[in-house]
Design a protein around this ligand. Structure first.
Ligand SMILES: Nc1ncnc2c1ncn2[C@@H]1O[C@H](COP(=O)(O)OP(=O)(O)O)[C@@H](O)[C@H]1O
Ligand SMILES: CC(C)(COP(=O)(O)O)[C@@H](O)C(=O)NCCC(=O)O
Length: 319
């Protein structure tokens, strides 16, 4: 895994081929069917039962060990907190990676697998796009070309959300985004009620910021994570997936007159492709290079995909 480990001897990771990684699944049962997986995958993502067997079952086993250990620790700590109103807190998994790398599919497959553990944990999934600033604000601040960059999110709202979840609060609201209108949906929320596990997925969830010199408490989103995963691939591959997805959407979702991108469904193939290339080059590739890829070494687990979207290599943090 040269790309990940140019100085392997100093790397905090251990690296595994997909085949080596698959062996760790041991006797973890396969609890999903092929039909269920089809339902969970996004456009252009070919994940199937073989991939679940090869990659996801070992991941499920590892996460199960982490969740169990953290629940044990939490129950022992509660002895100290007794009477101070500290309630059970969810185990939070952060999931990061570029636009179009396939975060949503991985998040949905993981959610289903984890919720089928024998203890039947309650697993919820929240994506950070709901915390983007509304287009009206992005336009005013000249940030429409920066959608997905750290400054395009309401970071205060993200931190308040995770803090409320981690404090074990009941009925915490997360705002919703629509890919159809390309905007947050005014007044629309999903309610998260004390899950056992929360998967928190988005481009920038592993981002850091400069800390204020006065020592004030300013957490990073990742301070609330119990485990973090980064989905990785060569930028050339992610480019191809982005363009292919855009062209598929042009024949499907963009046909809807309510779609923000509806005008692109009327363009010639060449003109639409040029638009997609522009969006990739000017927004998503820039964001990947400047903000997302630099957070990769902060993840506990890195899943590296090959040309066919299948995971070829896995890096697990050892330190
Ligand atoms: N313009 C769009 N119209 C409809 N769906 C979209 C559009 N852009 C992205 N999506 C869908 O939104 C989801 C999230 O996409 P993205 O943020 O690129 O993350 P990822 O590809 O890593 O899951 C995917 O399921 C994708 O297919
Ligand atoms: C909505 C997104 C920023 C992803 O948000 P996330 O859920 O990762 O916070 C992204 O899918 C997007 O729309 N990017 C803007 C550039 C583009 O249209 O491709």
């Amino acid at each position: 895994m040269d790309q990940l480990a140019p100085t392997a001897q100093y790397s905090p990771y251990l690296f595994f081929s997909a085949e080596e990684w698959a062996k760790f699944r041991a006797d973890t049962p396969l609890t999903l069917t092929g039909e269920e997986i089809k339902r969970l995958r996004s456009l252009n993502d070919p994940v199937d039962l073989d991939e679940v067997r090869r990659i996801y079952l070992s991941m499920s086993r590892l996460l199960s060990a982490h969740v169990e250990a953290s629940q044990l620790l939490a129950s022992q700590r509660r002895v100290f907190f007794n009477g101070k109103g500290v309630s059970k807190t969810p185990f939070i998994i952060g999931l990061a990676g570029s636009v179009a790398v396939g975060k949503s599919t991985t998040a949905r497959v993981l959610m289903e697998l984890l919720s089928r553990w024998p203890s039947s944990p309650k697993v919820d999934l929240v994506t950070t796009d709901g915390f983007l600033l509304p287009n009206e604000v992005l336009r005013r601040e000249n940030l429409m070309e920066r959608k997905g960059f750290p400054e395009s999110y309401d970071v205060g709202a993200l931190l308040r959300f995770l803090s409320a979840i981690k404090s074990g609060e009941k009925d915490v609201q997360a705002p919703l985004y629509s890919h159809l209108t390309y905007d947050v949906v005014p007044g629309a929320f999903t309610t998260i009620d004390r899950p056992d596990i929360l998967i928190f997925e988005g481009l920038n969830v592993l981002q850091t910021r400069h800390l204020p010199p006065d020592g004030k408490f300013v957490p990073f989103l990742s301070d609330f994570f119990d485990f973090s995963i980064y989905i990785d691939a060569d930028e050339k591959l992610i480019h191809d997936w982005y363009i292919a997805r855009f062209m598929r959407l042009r024949d499907t979702a963009f046909r809807n007159p309510d779609s923000f991108f509806h005008r692109y469904s009327q363009l010639s193939e060449g003109a639409a492709q040029a638009i997609a290339e522009g969006l990739w080059m000017n927004i998503n590739l820039r964001n990947l290079r400047e903000n997302i890829l630099p957070t990769r070494p902060r993840a506990d687990l890195i899943l590296r995909k090959g040309a066919d979207h299948l995971i070829e290599e896995v890096a697990l943090r050892k330190l």
